[in-house]
Ligand binder design. Structure first.
Ligand code: ADP
Ligand code: MG
Length: 244
């Protein structure tokens, strides 16, 4: 996907969550990772890319199309994308299957029986067949996140946005969710994710950007950025997080 960001700014009171971000990625990038310290502005940038929030200033173009500003167009933009957040955000009173069916019907306007068929199909593909009648509280964190990922993928989003999808999981579950995301990458799904999983970002992302204090500190091909970071903050960050 091509991404062109110019002068992107978003303030929350005195906090500059995005402070003049400029970035250009070409069409060869399918998987794009945002890394950097907590509070640096990764989630803010993901929300702006997905159209969940509006910038104070600046523009974003994805494949030449500008993320719109008016409410109606923005709603359509959001619908084209799939989202997954750090904490699972499943509806606790619905079964795994109903968690997937509900947005297909209510947000995407599918007929119920079509939504049901699609939900069963994607649950099977994600290896969650045995769990479709369970409620979130009966599922492990990893299983919940797989259902949340199935839900985000059910309408075949143009772009899948993942905000630290594994940071609430313990190591084994982390691995199973990362495997699933890796499968989606291999299948050609276009993904933008923020992550603290540096091994995953290095191995699976085509391009990586390091965001700190609402700004782009460094960006480039994943292997280059991890193997030969250029700037002092990125070197310091990587040596700290790769130490263990
Ligand atoms: N809705 C919000 N209201 C107020 N401050 C926010 C909001 N969202 C983010 N921030 C602030 O913006 C900065 C960037 O946050 P965030 O984008 O969540 O960073 P990251 O995802 O890299 O941890 C932080 O200082 C955070 O506290
Ligand atoms: Mg965040």
């Amino acid at each position: 996907m091509s991404i062109e960001i110019r002068g992107l700014t978003k303030h929350y009171g005195a906090t500059r969550a995005a402070d003049g971000i400029d970035l250009a990625l070409d069409d060869s990038v399918k998987v794009f990772a945002l890394i950097g310290p907590s509070g640096g502005g990764k989630s803010t940038l993901l929300r702006l890319l997905g159209g969940l929030e509006k910038p104070d200033a600046g523009t974003i173009r994805i494949d030449g199309a500008e993320v719109p500003q008016d409410e109606e167009a923005l709603r359509l933009w959001r619908r084209k994308n799939g989202f997954l957040f750090q904490s699972f955000n499943l509806f606790p009173h619905l079964t795994a299957l109903e968690n997937i069916i509900l947005p297909l019907v209510q947000v995407h306007g599918w007929k119920r029986d079509e939504a049901h068929g699609r939900a069963r199909e994607i649950v099977a593909r994600f290896g969650m067949d045995a769990h479709l009648e369970k409620h979130p509280a009966q599922l492990s964190g990893g299983q919940q996140q797989r259902i949340a990922l199935a839900r985000a993928m059910a309408h075949e989003p143009a772009l899948l946005l993942l905000d630290e999808p594994t940071s609430a999981l313990d190591p084994e579950m982390k691995a199973e969710v990362l495997d699933l995301i890796e499968e989606l990458c291999q299948g050609g799904q276009r993904i933008i994710l923020s992550t603290h999983e540096m091994g995953f970002a290095r191995g699976s992302a085509d391009a990586v950007v390091f965001i700190g204090a609402g700004r782009v500190v460094e960006s480039g091909a994943a292997t280059a950025l991890f193997d030969q970071p250029q700037s002092a903050p990125v070197k310091a960050f990587l040596s700290k997080v790769m130490k263990w």
